[in-house]
Design a binder for this molecule. Structure first.
Ligand SMILES: [Zn+2]
Length: 85
């Protein structure tokens, strides 16, 4: 499964991140990420660790999957373990 990023919207400083049709978190215009629901264990993340980008329950972490390019754009590595495509 791969992570996709929703559109940047006027008046918002973050874009939504998805795996398939499930919202998993957000990325801010500054590149910071949040994981609100874990795509691996499917649990809603513990609120205190959302802004760290990792799952409090299974250890999944978004940070290692993110590549920020020179122009500021971000691409996401395919997630290992849920490769159903
Ligand atoms: Zn998890």
């Amino acid at each position: 499964m791969k992570i996709t990023q929703g559109p940047w919207r006027d008046g918002h400083d973050s874009a939504t991140l998805f795996v398939a049709d499930m919202t998993i978190g957000y990325i801010g215009r500054d590149g910071d990420i949040g994981l609100t629901r874990c795509p691996m264990c499917k649990l809603e993340n513990y609120h205190m660790v959302v802004s760290l980008g990792g799952c409090a329950f299974c250890g999944f972490n978004l940070n290692g999957l993110k590549t920020t390019h020179d122009d500021g754009s971000v691409t996401w590595e395919k997630m290992k373990g849920l490769d159903d495509e």
